[in-house]
Design a binder for this molecule. Structure first.
Ligand code: NI
Length: 389
């Protein structure tokens, strides 16, 4: 079964929505115009409920099937926010907001879910209820977490959740996923090393925090090299190093910051513990003290086996089994759909974009050719999991 014909008929219109959203990108929780655009369309499609102001500027749409009293409820999720990047391509639908662009394709995700919503509201060829979750602030704000905390899944009794992300570099229209950890947990840290400032010509009367920090940057790599099982995954990246103001002054303190990515809760806890121990030990060896702040970020995105197998089976019906993979390697990027997958069983998949620029690149643009595949996948999940009659 290929993409749904009726959705293929909407393809130009969905593409126009996508390009409109691309022209008007909004950051984090400030998805005001995007949410208004989504809500207006959901109402026009005849959704049974359209609720705005969820997680500040998120939108929930509810579509009831032929027998909504069957008690089955599926949640479908799209993210709506853009990134603080200056777009480099001169597309006819390029961003109209300086320094802001849809560089992660969330414009495409939103348009795909709108396309699925239109079809589902028109045909209602299912029993049960579909809850459409349009969330803000995926790119660092944890909008998905806020949606869960505000009780969105409980309010409509959502039983399973599904989401997708476009994937540059994978064959156009292919669908890639895996059961278990698919994307990393992403935490950040700040470390301040405090020593004793001195004249640069008289280091022996001071305690040099810059030298300690330089050694600490190297020493933190032992978390990956010597603490975590080589068959497990961890990334420790120091991404900021700030110290000093002059050629002839040993500074009083030095500050490091960075990120730690892991695929297991145990590894995450181990990395946090070792980061603190190594910082304290290196600081002590230099007569300095270490102040370590660990900031928990998005948890590991863990796909549930049954829902992942189901999602892959539905995908194979749309694009053919040869274009579906359920054994991709996990990636060390992070995703706040992880909070929804902590709250409910479900699955997250990657939708191949073909050979486009990578996400978060200033030359990226969502590939509109895959819209019917994504929208058909969402629709068939619903129609297959909750068949009418
Ligand atoms: Ni993204």
């Amino acid at each position: 079964m290929p993409v749904i014909n009726r959705i293929a008929e909407f393809h130009p219109e969905i593409t126009a929505w996508r390009r409109h959203l691309h022209q008007h990108p909004e950051l984090l929780f400030e998805t005001v115009q995007t949410a208004a655009f989504v809500a207006e369309r959901l109402r026009a499609f005849g959704c049974d409920e359209v609720v705005t102001g969820v997680a500040r500027n998120g939108v929930v749409g509810v579509i009831r099937g032929r027998r909504a009293d069957s008690g089955k409820v599926i949640g479908l999720r799209a993210d709506m926010d853009a990134l603080p990047i200056q777009e480099q391509r001169d597309l006819p639908w390029k961003s109209t907001v300086p320094g802001v662009m849809h560089a992660c394709g969330h414009d495409g995700h939103t348009a795909i879910l709108l396309g699925a919503a239109r079809y589902l509201a028109e045909t209602r060829n299912f029993d049960g209820t579909v809850v459409l979750l349009f969330q803000p602030a995926e790119e660092g704000g944890g909008g998905g977490k806020v949606m869960v905390e505000e009780g969105v899944l409980d309010r409509w009794g959502v039983q399973e959740v599904y989401g997708l992300h476009n994937w540059p570099g994978a064959p156009e229209g292919s669908i890639l996923t895996r059961p278990g950890p698919l994307m990393a947990g992403a935490d950040t840290f700040d470390i301040t090393l405090t020593g004793k400032g001195a004249h640069a010509a008289r280091p022996h009367v001071g305690a040099d925090p810059l030298l300690a920090a330089a050694q600490l940057v190297v020493a933190l790599q032992q978390i990956a090299a010597r603490n975590v099982d080589p068959l497990d995954s961890v990334v420790v990246s120091v991404t900021r190093f700030q110290a000093g103001t002059a050629y002839n002054v040993i500074p009083q303190d030095a500050r490091l910051a960075g990120t730690v990515r892991t695929l297991k809760a145990e590894t995450r806890a181990l990395a946090e513990r070792r980061l603190g121990e190594i910082a304290a030990g290196i600081a002590a060896a230099h007569g300095c003290s270490a102040d370590v702040a660990w900031h928990p970020g998005y948890p590991v995105t863990v796909n549930h086996p049954d829902q992942t197998a189901f999602g892959a089976r539905v995908a194979a019906e749309i694009v053919g089994a040869e274009r579906v993979r359920t054994d991709v390697e996990p990636v060390m990027g992070a995703e706040d759909f992880s909070y929804m997958l902590q709250a409910r069983p479900g699955a997250y998949v990657f939708l191949g974009q073909g050979d486009t620029a990578g996400v978060h690149h200033p030359e990226y643009d969502f590939n509109d050719a895959v819209i019917p595949v994504g929208a058909s996948w969402f629709v068939r999940l619903v129609e297959t999991a909750m068949p009418a009659g």
